[in-house]
Design a protein around this ligand. Structure first.
Ligand code: GNR
Ligand code: NI
Length: 167
């Protein structure tokens, strides 16, 4: 297993649209294991392959308290959505920034598992938020892009200032 470096906003590579996985093989399973290790170490509740500069449609998620409920989703698709919820979000690619985002309250998701088999599940609450946040990454979208231009501008200067200090 290996820890993978996480891209930081506004890295333009975060805007890459990820390609579907054509076949689930040992390389994909190794990537999933490395992504899970990277997510747990961060620590985070989800990680999209986009964030580790791999532009394939793969995400890992674990919203459980005890970090015992790892889900790997390959080629995930939201096939039903309803309701609305507002949740404060953060992102490993935008460290230190937490803002409220409005998303669907409930989603039904179809994906492949790490054996390449299709499966479906329904999610609400934080898991639904996380699924939507991760699929956005695969589509090249970062949560701060839902915010007003004013807020986004302030976030960009804050991150630029921090990058100058840590560089
Ligand atoms: O760790 C994370 N926490 C989080 C909190 C609220 C809404 C979404 C998230 S996902 C984030 C990890 C991450 O950046 N995934 O892409
Ligand atoms: Ni994120």
């Amino acid at each position: 297993m290996a820890l993978l470096p996480i891209l930081r906003y506004p890295d333009p590579r975060l805007h890459t649209v990820a390609a579907p996985v054509a076949g689930v093989d040992e390389d994909i399973r190794r990537l999933i294991a490395d992504m899970a290790e990277t997510m747990y170490e961060a620590p985070g509740i989800g990680l999209a392959a986009t964030q580790v500069d791999v532009h394939k449609r793969i995400v890992v998620i674990d919203v459980s308290e005890d970090r015992s409920d790892l889900r790997a989703l390959i080629n995930p698709e939201i096939i039903e959505r309803d309701g609305e919820q507002v949740h404060e979000e953060g992102c490993l690619s935008v460290p230190g920034i937490y803002e409220k985002v409005t998303r669907a309250e409930r989603v039904k998701v179809r994906a492949l598992n790490d054996k390449g088999e299709p499966f479906e599940f329904e999610a609400d609450g934080l898991l639904a938020v996380c699924v939507q946040h991760e699929i956005d990454h695969l589509d090249g979208k970062v949560f701060v892009e839902y915010l007003s231009q004013l807020k986004l501008g302030r976030i960009k200067s804050k991150l630029a200032k921090k990058a100058r200090i840590t560089a």
